[in-house]
Ligand binder design. Sequence first.
Ligand code: ZN
Length: 171
Amino acid sequence: MALRKIIEYPEPLLRVKAKKVDTFDEELKILVEDMAETMWEAPGVGLAAPQVAQSVRVIVVDVTEPGEEKHYMALINPEIVEHEGTQLDEEGCLSVPELTAQVQRYKKVTVDYQSEDGTSKQLIAEDRIAVVLQHEIDHLDGILFIDHLSPLKRNLYKKKRKKMLALEQTG
Ligand SMILES: [Zn+2]
């Protein structure tokens, strides 16, 4: 396993619609393991392949319940096929530094996906894990959580981020 570099907004690769996976090989397994390690190390609760500059439809999600030993799920080609209700929760993103904000999401989602060996599966999730799934699946379509904020909040962040990047370059 190896850590991968997480790319950050406004890196254009984050905006590309990721390609469907149709080869379930060793390379895919390595990508999944690297993504899980990178997620734990960050630390984060989910990671999408485009965040490590791989434009493929792969996500990993922390599904650890309180009191359990840490474990994750890998979802290949995930797709939300049903949803129910709404919830408002605080979100952040490893690719969007120094911002958290309230985002409205579905309360409950049904997700069709494939496991690492290509088997078709379905997952029903609620609450926090449902939020993480929606956030990570958005990444596969080039959507960031800031896209769900009001234009005012989004523009404020864009300005802040520009300043951060300018400081990084000079300092
Ligand atoms: Zn994210």
